[in-house]
Design a protein around this ligand. Structure first.
Ligand SMILES: CC(C)(COP(=O)(O)OP(=O)(O)OC[C@H]1O[C@@H](n2cnc3c(N)ncnc32)[C@H](O)[C@@H]1OP(=O)(O)O)[C@@H](O)C(=O)NCCC(=O)NCCS
Length: 363
């Protein structure tokens, strides 16, 4: 049985919930993000629901679980719960933070402190999972010392009726102190722009434009992957935040800064921290070609990467026949490094040679 302790961590106090939390809980749950990612919460969430929940917290404790209100300066700012540890000393936590208290490390501080407290009570392992597009919660998991362990496809139905892929995390009492900063930080202000092009994270709203562009014969001719459905491309767009926050890759929509129109796609992928190397890839909608858009976009991304990440080499591969792409890389400061013979499988069953390019971190 877990003790009904009070946990003090930095500016936060985690304490068992009390009846007086009800009104703040109602306000905290009147929020579209909470509604979306916690589909089992009644919506609209009313005072009666909060009171019913609070009445049940005694049961949670009696059954061996733990539930705390997260408070700051005596005010309710969120909730965090652990289910009863099983016979192997494994539990799982879940949390929510009131909209007015988000983005100030409340969830990550509380999740770290509660997990440390659970270890003190003899728990061996704590599970945590978040939907692949719940970027805030994914970031909380990394920040509070959890390691990513896998993906459960279509594992949870969100309120909009869509099944979401869930990222699973675990923290063991024996784990070494976790890494702090992400390998790929997000863009300050959410975008990069030089006034002509604007780079923003690829979003589900871009899926139709993205899909149409990939199907365009002049793009498909240089792609090594088979054509995908719109649904596949929508799903891919949902992964942008997860891939970024987990340090795997950056997926961007290139927009015309003046009109905001979708102009193309740019990615930084195959990130290998041990080598300090990543690969860039790109495609432009035909109507935006011939204006230097992609050279600008690649230049912006690569300059950002050498300023904000530890990457040392950014490389690219282009089909030997793709003269426009060679120009983009030359203009963006890349140098030719050689040729990989017969690297690219082509849709017609042949293979094309690949010119290898790289730009190195400025010394
Ligand atoms: C998930 C949740 C608890 C996070 O609470 P929080 O107190 O804001 O979390 P923290 O401040 O500790 O960390 C949030 C991180 O996500 C980042 N973040 C938030 N929204 C983001 C977005 N759309 N894109 C990128 N990063 C985002 C924040 O910048 C912060 O990271 P940083 O410190 O590196 O800048 C809160 O959003 C919430 O209650 N959501 C609804 C319920 C929910 O999803 N619960 C979890 C279910 S698994």
């Amino acid at each position: 049985m877990l003790p009904r302790d009070v946990i003090s961590t930095g500016p936060l106090i985690l304490r068992p919930p009390v009846e007086a939390d009800a009104e703040a809980m109602v306000k905290a749950c009147a929020d579209p993000v909470t509604a979306r990612f916690l589909p089992l919460l009644p919506m609209p969430y009313e005072l009666a629901h909060a009171r019913e929940h609070l009445a049940k917290t005694a049961e949670t404790w009696a059954e061996g679980g733990a539930t705390f209100s997260i408070t700051e300066n005596g005010q309710f700012v969120g909730s965090i719960t652990a289910r009863p540890p099983d016979q192997w000393g494994v539990t799982a936590i879940g949390y929510l933070v009131a909209p007015w208290a988000r983005g100030k490390n409340v969830a990550s501080t509380a999740a770290r402190a509660m997990t440390d407290w659970l270890f003190d009570q003899g728990v061996r392992r704590v599970d945590l999972e978040a939907a692949v597009d719940n970027v805030a919660s994914l970031r909380v998991a990394y920040k509070s010392g959890f390691r990513e362990e896998g993906l459960r496809r279509d594992a949870k139905r969100l309120r909009d009726g869509r099944y979401a892929d869930m990222v699973t995390f675990g923290r063991l009492s024996s784990d070494a102190a976790p890494a702090g900063e992400p390998y790929l930080p997000f863009f300050d202000g959410g975008q990069l722009s030089d006034g002509v092009v604007r780079l923003v994270p690829l979003a589900v709203e871009d899926a139709v434009d993205f899909h149409r562009m990939l199907a365009e014969p002049s793009v498909a001719a240089f792609s090594a992957t088979p054509p995908r459905t719109l649904e596949d491309d929508e799903q891919r767009c949902r992964y942008t935040g997860y891939w970024w926050v987990s340090g795997q890759r950056i997926e961007l929509a290139v927009r015309d800064a003046a009109s905001g129109a979708y102009a193309g796609h740019l990615q930084l992928t195959q990130v290998v921290p041990a080598l300090g190397q990543a690969v860039i890839g790109y495609s432009l909608v035909p109507a935006f070609r011939g204006k230097g858009f992609m050279s600008r976009a690649v230049g912006l991304l690569v300059d950002w990467a050498f300023t904000h990440t530890a990457l040392h080499r950014i490389v690219a591969g282009t089909d030997v026949a793709n003269a426009a792409s060679h120009r983009v890389l030359e203009r963006a400061g890349f140098s030719r490094e050689g040729v990989h013979r017969e690297l690219f499988p082509k849709p017609d069953g042949t293979r094309a040679d690949d010119v290898a390019w790289a730009r190195l971190r400025p010394s």
